[in-house]
Design a protein. Structure first.
Lengths: 257, 187
């Protein structure tokens, strides 16, 4: 009798394990169909993942790793520029890579993910800092001072409808811009010691400043649906927002001395 | 013959004295100046596999990454904080992954990719209570080596003195402004 209950219990355990296993299997297949589950980085990132490819930038080199088997990145395709452009940031948008450097913004086509093809180099830029893209517009911050090689800090609005020929649409004066992020009709731009700014981009080519929030160092942001994450020297700050006019602070993790 | 020999010795002694005097003029002993000294990370510390520890709070927050209700914050050069953000009004520091010389991160399907000095490291975060390194691509970022090779240039003065780095002590992670005695390197 005892052995009989044991067998029943064991088979119950086994079948439930099998059931669980089949569940996780179907989940992972559905994930891999959409290219898997990745997160969202800030604009200062030098790593980005698009489908089954991990892209990294390092000074003068762009690398593309195949991570179809995520535990085992395959040896990378590497593109090294001889001009030492000092790559600083990378942003992926709709089969293109937008790379910020000290001297320019580089656009690469990655329709063939492991073989980035250079489309254009937007040379206007001689300064630090990153780029984000939404629709046909790239937003780039250019920070002046120190090693950045510029006297005026700017937010540049660049039309990339033809990615082989980016054209400047507008320049907006800034104080000390760092990272930036875009979601829907709101563009957030970090301003270092001067906090951060929120622009209305209902007209994407004409960002309108609607709110400045100060009291912390703004280094980088990630705008999620209704939730803004901001980091800097003073800690991690979170805000809810529905539009650039309506931004509410909800929490802070301050730094520990 | 004997006289000749003495003369020779006098000559040698005099020239040595002259050389000493000259070198004193070029660089007086106990020459002291403002400059930079390298801050090292020893190789055994650099080459340790990643480990986790209880978070002692944010120190120098840098880059951020958002993944499935978690926020990852890179603490400049030390590692990555993992923050449980299920309730954004009350984010909770869960754990700290110690990663020497880390700056960047990205995640796919519970695999966290990070840089640790020259290496690309793959970390399994599928079980937040058992975070572990599972793979490492050596020398993925060879250019990092040049990043701290020289101190920042002092824009006010024409030359910047610094203590010459000693490769045996480890890698240079930063430069500290300090008073230097007889520095042998300068920009």
């Amino acid at each position: 009798m005892k052995t009989f209950t044991k067998i029943i219990a064991l088979s119950f355990i086994l079948s439930s394990l099998l059931f669980l296993n089949s569940c996780s299997k179907s989940e992972s297949t559905s994930l891999s169909n959409t290219g898997g589950s990745t997160g969202k980085g800030g604009s200062m990132a030098r790593f980005t993942i698009a489908n089954n490819t991990l892209y990294t930038v390092d000074n003068a080199t762009i690398k593309a790793y195949d991570i179809t088997n995520p535990a085992n990145p395959s040896s990378a395709t590497a593109i090294t520029l001889t001009t030492s452009p000092e790559f600083e940031t990378i942003f992926y948008y709709q089969n293109k890579l937008f790379i910020g450097s000290r001297s320019a913004m580089y656009i690469y086509d990655v329709n063939n993910p492991l073989n980035p093809v250079h489309l254009s180099t937007y040379n206007h830029v001689l300064s630090c800092d990153p780029v984000v893209v939404q629709g046909n517009i790239a937003y780039v911050t250019l920070r002046a001072g120190n090693n950045c090689g510029r006297t005026q800090s700017l937010l540049d609005v660049i039309d990339i409808t033809n990615p082989s020929n980016p054209t400047l649409v507008k320049s907006i004066n800034m104080q000390s811009p760092y990272g930036l992020g875009v979601y829907g009709n709101t563009l957030f731009v970090c301003e270092g010691n001067n906090g951060f700014k929120a622009f209305d981009i209902t007209n994407p080519k004409n960002p309108v400043l609607v709110k400045t929030i100060t009291g912390m160092f703004g280094y980088d942001v990630i705008p999620l649906p209704n939730l803004l994450l901001l980091t800097g020297k003073d800690g991690l700050f979170q805000y809810t927002y529905t539009n650039p006019n309506d931004i509410q602070w909800i929490s802070t993790i301050p730094i520990q001395p | 013959m004997l006289c000749m020999r003495t003369k020779k010795w006098v000559h040698i002694a005099l020239s040595i004295l002259l050389l000493l005097l000259l070198s004193c003029n070029i660089r007086p002993q106990n020459f002291e100046t403002e400059g930079y000294k390298p801050i090292y990370m020893p190789y055994d510390e650099l080459n340790q596999p990643i480990s986790t520890q209880n978070s002692t709070g944010l120190k120098n927050p840098g880059k951020i990454y958002y993944y499935n209700n978690y926020i990852l914050v890179s603490d400049n050069g030390q590692g990555i904080h993992i923050i449980d953000n299920l309730n954004p009004a009350n984010p909770v520091l869960k754990t700290f992954i110690k990663i020497p010389m880390n700056k960047d991160m990205a995640i796919k399907n519970n695999y966290l990719y990070v840089d640790s000095y020259k290496d690309l490291v793959v970390i399994d975060i599928g079980d937040m209570n058992n975070i572990k390194e599972i793979n490492r691509v050596k020398d993925a970022f060879p250019n990092v080596e040049t990043e701290n090779a020289l101190p920042p240039r002092d824009l006010q003065s024409t030359q910047t003195y610094y203590e010459c780095p000693d490769k045996n002590k480890g890698i240079v992670v930063s430069w500290q402004k300090t008073k230097l005695k007889n520095p042998k390197c300068r920009l």
